[in-house]
Design a protein around this ligand. Sequence first.
Ligand code: GTP
Ligand code: MG
Length: 239
Amino acid sequence: MEISSAVFDCSAPDLDSCPDASLPEFAFIGRSNVGKSSLLNLLSGRLDLARVSPTPGFTKLINIFTINRTWRLVDLPGYGFASGARKAKFKFNRAVNDYLKHRTSLCCVFALLDSGLSPQEMDVEFIAWLARNSVPFVLVFTKTDKATSSTVQENIMAFTARISGWFEKLPSIFTCSAMAKQGREELLGVINEALAAIQVGPEPPQPEAASPSEALATAGQKESTRTARKKRPDLARPW
Ligand SMILES: Nc1nc2c(ncn2[C@@H]2O[C@H](COP(=O)(O)OP(=O)(O)OP(=O)(O)O)[C@@H](O)[C@H]2O)c(=O)[nH]1
Ligand SMILES: [Mg+2]
């Protein structure tokens, strides 16, 4: 997919401050410092679109970017930065919780994991949360330039072994390195497919299906709009 324009929209402190849900959105989340902002820059082809920092917890707001005037990339604050007794628990702020649960234009979450690490409890818990809340997502193992390919493969296998029992069909898995510019085409392919599903569904969206995720959920499914709204795209199927 060619990216002809990438424009910063806004930094929203909460869901109500986000722009209207008229464009399909693809959101990036993961532990602080996992490489969310860097990956977003790689995908957009604009090295300074999202702010990158070696300091964990740098992205604190919901940062929204419009791509090709037709869809959006969303850089979410990371989880796991909060210090204190419950460090092992994943924890993100109310805004992220609301965004992931209620943003009607959210098509797919890219859940980022560090490919150089064995499964981290916080990440396992976060994936469980996504599954429980029926949020459509794919897994993206980042920073592959930092580990050997056998370590990356071992870590991916160990992680999928932890979560495989929760799904009828495992979520799609991708790898990337913002530094080595690896994984861009594959991830843009996920976006392309989701956008195509919205536009070329076998059935046109019902008039009530005002948002892209509603339209995507409705495409090809003989369900009422009300149930489709909750159903979101079928990228990962929790039990
Ligand atoms: N080696 C390597 N370093 C990377 C890669 N991607 C990001 N980094 C580095 O990791 C650090 C964090 O990157 P960010 O993109 O800011 O990570 P983030 O997940 O947005 O971080 P927060 O906003 O703080 O949650 C920076 O120092 C980046 O340069 C990668 O693919 N390879
Ligand atoms: Mg960031």
